[in-house]
Ligand binder design. Structure first.
Ligand code: NAD
Ligand code: MG
Length: 332
């Protein structure tokens, strides 16, 4: 069983007199900064001079300055810029002033685990990774509760890295829900595996392949869209609420029989073997090296794949059908 920390495990006085510097004010950055501020913590936000987020942060009454200045004046530095720019931000803005008096924190382990960032050995390095997008995290906090987080310690020269990380977790509201102990390795590898095989890569390709199969067989694309994409939300909502069992309890017996008898033929041993291969590429660093190189080259293959998929027939059909559904928030 995993170790889970709750409110009683947090010593929030550890943040007394400490300044927390939040690098970035995007999805995670704004939620961390505002939740900490509302819990009475001294917060400063680090952004580039031209950042569009500057106005938003200042409108909330937060102090904003350059990333280098934030690194210099903060006791705790939380890195919440995109994972692909963290290495450069660290080199330019953090490395010049990092020392053993400071704690370096992350919300995802990629850059530490794959050694894109190598902090000095006398600096505490920890992670609080909320298991929710930032906007959800902020909304839940304002509503009086919090979203669960993961905590991990990469290096602990002070001997206080865990206690300090849990205090930070309290500050962003996650102690109200619970904080699960993990490691940078486990968080990074499982996060990548989940998004590649199920959440992003798995689901979108399952939907696309099923859509193409129906359309190639002569069915109308509109009907195909409803059956293999639109209705996915209903099923996922049921799984989210009560697991696979509750989803199966809610669907018809015909659907349930099709699930048990046909599902394993679609997601078969070939898929299992490929999942293992994808996991190996995550574990041995192949994926990370490929993605880091892709970014250094300006993302040519990434942009081409994004463009090709954006022009897939399912997107055009979906856009038209969603126009019919006034209850859907238009996201363009
Ligand atoms: P984001 O893209 O929403 O926001 C990034 C922010 O960084 C923006 O404010 C941007 O203006 C700023 N920025 C970009 N380059 C910068 C630079 N060079 N200097 C200073 N600021 C810069 O990112 P996000 O989704 O909040 O992700 C931040 C971290 O949180 C990542 O490590 C990510 O893996 C992790 N995380 C994200 C989520 C999520 O749901 N989005 C959940 C858990 C963890
Ligand atoms: Mg993730």
């Amino acid at each position: 069983m995993a170790t889970i920390y709750y409110d009683k495990d947090a010593d929030k006085t550890r943040l007394d007199g400490k300044r927390v510097g939040i690098m970035g004010y995007g999805s995670q950055g704004h939620a961390h900064a505002l939740n900490l501020r509302d819990n009475g913590v001294d917060v400063v936000v680090g952004l580039q001079a031209a950042s569009k987020s500057r106005e938003k942060a200042e409108a909330e009454g937060l102090r904003v300055t350059s990333a280098a200045e934030v690194a210099k004046e903060s006791d705790v530095i939380m890195v919440l810029v995109p994972d692909t720019v963290q290495g450069a931000l660290y080199k330019e803005a953090i490395e010049p002033s990092i020392d053993s008096s400071k704690t370096l924190m992350f919300a995802h382990g990629f850059n530490i685990h794959y050694k894109e960032i190598v902090p000095p050995p006398d600096v505490d390095v920890s992670m609080i990774a909320p298991k929710a997008p930032g906007h959800r995290m902020r909304e839940v906090f304002v509503g009086g509760s919090g979203v669960p987080s993961l905590v991990a310690i990469h290096q602990d020269p002070s001997g206080n890295a865990l206690a300090n990380a849990l205090a930070y977790g309290w500050g962003v509201g996650s102690m109200r829900a619970g904080i699960v102990a993990t490691t940078f390795k486990e968080e990074t590898e499982t996060d990548l595996f989940g998004e590649q095989t199920v959440l992003c890569g798995g689901v979108s390709n399952l939907v696309k392949t099923a859509f193409e199969t129906l359309v190639e067989a002569g069915y109308q694309p509109e009907i195909a869209y409803f059956e293999v994409c639109h209705e996915l939300k209903l099923i996922v909502d049921l799984m989210y609420e009560g697991g696979l069992k509750y989803m199966r309890y809610s669907i018809s017996e015909t659907a349930e029989y099709g699930d048990y008898s046909r599902g394993p033929r679609v997601i078969d041993d070939h898929v299992r073997a490929t999942m293992k291969q994808v996991l190996t590429e995550i574990q041995d660093g192949t994926f990370a090296r490929e993605w880091i190189a892709e970014n250094h080259e300006g993302q040519p293959r990434f942009k081409a794949m994004r463009e090709a998929d954006a022009n897939h027939e399912i997107e055009e059909v979906g856009e038209r059908l969603r126009e019919m559904m006034s209850f859907l928030k238009q996201t363009k």
